[in-house]
Structures are given as C-alpha cells and as structure tokens.
Design a protein around this ligand. Structure first.
Ligand code: NAP
Ligand code: GCO
Length: 267
C-alpha cells in the first residue's frame, strides 16, 4: 500500500547537474526538501558559490562542485569526492544544458557539436559514471531533462533538437540496458519555462510591446502561460522517489499542455 513516505528521499544522495540556477536549482530545492542530500555542479565557480549560499539561506544542506559535464576525468573526480564524503549517488538529474539559436544552414559544425556535447554527450558521461555504483547498491534513479524539442522541431534549433531527441532515446536505452538492476531512467520534458535560457524569447520589443514569440508561446500553451522552474519540482520528486519504481523509460512532459494541442483555430 502506497504511503506518503514513498515520496520521500531521506537518506538518498542526489546529484543535479547545472544546479546553480534555473530549472536545476529548483529541482535541487525540491529534492532537498524531500529529504535528499543534494550535490550539484556547474562550470562557473561564482555561480556555484552563490547557489550554495542561497540553498543554505533556504535551510537546505547542499554541496556544490565546479565541474563541466563534458570532461570525463573531472566528472570521475567529482563523483569520487561525493562517494567518499557523502556516499554514492542514488539519484542523478542530468539537467545541465545550453542552446544556440542559429539557422541550420548558417550554423558552424563546431557550434552544432558543442550543443550536442553538453546536452547529449554530457548526460552519457554522467550516467555512465554513476551506473556501476547504482548496480552495486541495487537501485538508482536517473532523470534526464529533455524538451519539447525531443518531439518537435522549429527554426534555428537543429542542434538542440538533435541533442534533446537523442536524450529521449538515451533515456529509453538506459532503461533497456539497466532496468534489470532496479535502475529507473526517465525524462522530464519541460515546456517553455521562464529562465535565463529563454529570457531573450520573452524580452519586450524596443517600443515596449510584447515579444511576438512570447505571445506565440502563450497561444500554443493551453495553460496560457510560461512555465516556472517550480512547475518541474513535483515531477522531479516523483521520478526520484520509490513511488515511481515501476515507471521506466518514459518522458513526462510538463508543458502546460503544448504537446496535446493542435493550436488555436483562426478567428
Ligand atoms: P539555464 O537557466 O541556462 O541553466 C543552465 C544550467 O546548466 C546552469 O547551471 C549552467 O551553469 C549549467 N551548465 C551549462 N553547461 C554546463 C556544462 N557543460 N557543465 C555543467 N553545467 C553546465 O537553463 P534552464 O532553462 O534552467 O534549463 C535547464 C535544462 O532544462 C537544460 O538542459 C535545458 O535545455 C532544459 N530545458 C529548458 C527549458 C526552458 O524553457 N527553459 C525547456 C525545456 C528544457 P554554467 O553555465 O555555470 O555551467
Ligand atoms: C526555443 C526554446 C526551447 C526551450 C525548451 C522547450 O528556442 O525554442 O529555447 O528549445 O528552451 O527546450 O521545451
């Protein structure tokens, strides 16, 4: 019989990549509030220090690391330190990501590769590094932060859509390959969420009018608003907890209904 404690994460060690601000920070807050000891990493040292300070002010014990998810040796070193000081990782959230909005025919291959490296190869490196200890422990949760672009395309985001589509399939493959060891790997597909990554899409025009993309997204979203990082907190805790132990290889879209909706009919 399901109990409230099945949604708790007491005694678990969580690692959130890109946990210094935006969606990763909000997921870190939620996992900590549910009882997990939260570790997080990002590339900017200043942002890591600032985030740790904010978590502390909010009453959460967290441990921040300066580490780039694309650097395999640095990732191994970070995980070694976490294992020694706090225990091996029970919950990995592959959240770190970037976007470059450039029309495909104008995009340099190096730019394309950088997006794929951070958004897809990063989660591969991170997952590969935590899975052996999860197998040894007899359980593990991996949550990959996917996107609307795991399903849809649009102008200028060819690299991002390729990476996030790939991340959806990496999610299914980790489930297929390691589900037998009681490891659940699922994705969260956020809709359009108000963070730094999307700030430029929401910025008002020079004449003060709304950004047409902002208006477009609200019209595409049955909820008629942008999501907030906090909208991802409940889904993340669910997928990190024992309450989701038979959920594997799924992408939970948290998008205010975008993917369900054909779009507004013409007036
Ligand atoms: P954000 O505000 O730009 O935050 C990104 C975080 O990732 C930062 O902490 C950043 O810190 C870190 N990061 C970037 N590259 C990294 C690397 N190589 N190694 C380690 N950390 C790295 O982004 P967000 O909007 O919160 O998005 C978080 C995730 O959700 C991303 O994967 C994004 O693609 C995805 N997503 C976002 C939306 C949205 O509408 N905002 C929707 C769907 C999916 P540093 O730069 O200091 O490393
Ligand atoms: C864009 C946006 C999106 C979102 C998000 C949607 O330019 O279309 O940045 O890609 O960030 O990933 O789920």
């Amino acid at each position: 019989m399901l109990e409230a404690k099945d949604f708790r994460l007491d005694g678990k060690v969580a690692l959130v990549t890109g946990g210094t601000y935006g969606i990763g920070f909000a997921i870190g807050q939620a996992l900590a509030k549910a009882g997990a000891l939260v570790c997080f990493n990002a590339r900017s040292k200043d942002k890591v220090i600032q985030a740790e300070k904010t978590y502390t002010e909010e009453g959460f014990e967290t441990h921040g690391f300066v580490c780039d998810v694309t650097k395999e040796e640095d990732v191994k070193e970070m995980l070694g330190t976490i294992a020694k000081q706090y225990g091996t990782v029970d919950i990995l959230v592959n959240n770190a990501g970037i976007i470059k909005r450039i029309p495909m025919t104008e995009m340099a291959a190096d730019d394309f590769e950088q997006v794929v490296k951070i958004d897809l190869v990063g989660p591969f490196i991170m997952s590969k590094a935590v899975i052996p200890a999860m197998i040894a422990k007899g359980h593990g949760k991996i949550i990959n932060i996917c996107s609307m672009m795991s399903e849809l395309g649009r102008e200028t985001v060819s690299a991002y859509a390729s990476a996030k589509g790939g991340l959806k399939m990496l999610t299914k493959n980790i489930c297929s390959e390691y589900g037998q060891y009681n490891i659940q790997c699922n994705g969260i597909g956020p809709g359009y969420i108000a963070t730094e990554q999307t700030a430029v899409l929401r910025q008002s025009q020079t004449d003060g009018s709304d950004n047409p993309f902002d208006t477009f997204i609200k019209a595409k979203t049955p909820a008629n608003r942008w999501g907030t990082p906090e909208d991802l907190q409940g889904p993340a805790v669910f997928l990190a907890s024992d309450a989701s132990n038979f959920v594997n290889g799924q992408i939970l879209y948290v998008d205010g209904g975008i993917l369900a909706y054909l779009g507004r009919q013409p007036e």
